[in-house]
Design a protein around this ligand. Structure first.
Ligand code: SF4
Length: 443
């Protein structure tokens, strides 16, 4: 009988929230003595964590399952697409098991069934902060699951249910362990960060002998105690978001807000079932910039939503010009199976969608290039992600990993920088995404 560790292959697809699920499963596998291996050939069984958010993600997930079936043959499927088991079974009838998002127990049961654990106390070393898929110096911190909104283009509430927040002391303890394990940047993620704690009636908890409410502001205050970068994602511009802008101005959390606005025309926002007071959003943005001038605002938008007229699309372009957001992502509307928006009349033809997307991106590229050019001549604090030849690839406070730009530090290698280092950089050049500079020597 072989004494080798049982080996599990792992494929992780989808958004940062799915990544957090993958990390939890990987941690549990490690704790139980499984080896995680990078190739199908070496694996005794393969877990595929899927995404089911938009049609292209469904296709990508089904392809990944197909590849794992062809290369290995013993496949456990979990994640968002797991909610649509019939679709998976139809394409891949022989998968071993199917479970939905955050169903860690079902995944572990399926792994145990396919591959009983072989416990070896001498090799059971797992760091206290778990296994992370992101580089060691940044980590996603999931504060809640699910969502109380019912945006008409989205099926997340039907996949993940209503909002369930994690109590603030639990989140702060996890964050503290991550920081002790070397994390220098915490990325707060959820479906709706500004709603954090509403389901728990903002329950007060104790952490380090101090009371904290399960609420976005108190969470930020707690995270600020850890002395690392805290970046907020998926924040909706509700009035109480105003309360956290002073924390940004005081340097307690990063002056960065990722707020998915999706559109700017009141009628389209109504069809999307999103809050429609776009004038208030503009006012709010002005006010935030008054309190914290260095704030970076990121958003995402959908163009070509059913019924969107040329005038309504132009209202979106006008908003973009007025709001001058720093970072913007956009998608051409793509129907998601099961979404209420599919029943709306006035489907926008594909060529019109693509033409609008191109106009939208061209305008934002101009705005982004102008905003980045304003940074040339300044010094920016950056966090190094990687060394690439002579260069250090870093990010400033304005850049979230994966989705925003980079800062290329020309003399990064010479300066002895390493991933996870903070460094001041003199910015010498820019384009529409990235900044270029050299290490700032303050003497
Ligand atoms: S806020 Fe809307 S888009 Fe976001 S997860 Fe909730 S329902 Fe989906």
């Amino acid at each position: 009988m072989s004494h080798a560790q049982p080996k599990v292959g792992f494929v992780s697809l989808g958004c940062p929230k799915a990544l957090v699920d993958s990390e939890r499963i990987l941690t549990q596998l490690k704790v139980e003595g499984y080896d995680i291996v990078p190739s199908y050939d070496d694996a005794d069984v393969v877990v595929v964590n899927t995404c089911g958010f938009i049609d292209s993600a469904v296709a990508e997930s089904l392809d990944a399952i197909g590849e794992a079936m062809a290369e290995n043959g013993k496949v456990i499927v979990t994640g968002c697409l797991g909610k649509r088991g019939d679709l998976i079974r139809e394409a891949h009838p022989d998968v071993l098991s199917i479970s939905g998002p955050q169903d860690y127990r079902s995944v572990m049961e399926a792994v145990h069934h396919a591959l009983p654990p072989r416990h070896d106390p001498f090799v059971d070393v797992v760091p206290d902060y778990g296994i992370k898929l992101t580089p060691k110096h940044y980590a996603y911190l999931k504060i809640s699951e699910g969502c109380n909104h019912r945006c008409s283009f989205c099926i997340i509430p039907s996949l993940r249910g209503d909002l369930v927040s994690r109590p603030v002391d639990q989140v702060l303890r996890e964050a503290e362990k991550l920081v002790m394990g070397g994390v220098r940047e915490l990325l707060v993620v959820s479906q709706d960060t500004s709603a954090y704690g509403v389901d728990l009636k903002y329950a007060e908890k104790t952490w380090h002998d101090k009371p904290y409410a399960t609420r976005m502001k108190a969470l930020c205050e707690g995270l600020a105690e850890l002395g690392v970068w805290t970046r907020l994602h998926y924040v909706y511009p509700y009035p109480h978001v105003d309360d956290i802008i002073p924390l940004m101005a005081e340097g307690k959390i990063l002056p960065y807000l990722d707020m998915p606005l999706q559109h700017a025309d009141p009628r389209i926002l109504k069809l999307m079932k999103r809050p429609g007071a776009i004038d208030k959003t503009l006012e709010r943005i002005q006010r935030w910039r008054g309190i914290c001038p260095e704030i970076t605002l990121r958003s995402t938008f959908i163009v070509g939503f059913p019924g969107e007229t040329e005038a309504e699309f132009e209202a979106l372009l006008d908003f973009l010009e007025e709001a001058r957001l720093d970072r913007v992502g956009a998608f051409a509307y793509s129907p998601v199976e099961g979404a209420a928006a599919n029943a709306l009349p006035g489907e926008v033809p594909e060529d019109v969608k693509q033409e609008r997307l191109a106009r939208f991106m061209a305008l934002q590229a101009e705005i982004s290039a102008e905003k980045l050019a304003e940074k040339v001549g300044s010094t920016q604090k950056c966090l190094v992600d990687a060394i690439d030849g002579e260069l250090a690839i870093a990010r400033s406070m304005a850049d979230a990993p994966e989705i925003d730009g980079l800062v290329q530090i020309q003399d990064g290698f010479m300066a002895g920088l390493k991933p996870g280092d903070f460094v001041d950089v003199d910015i010498m050049g820019s384009d529409e995404h990235d900044l270029y500079g050299e290490v700032a020597y303050n003497d």
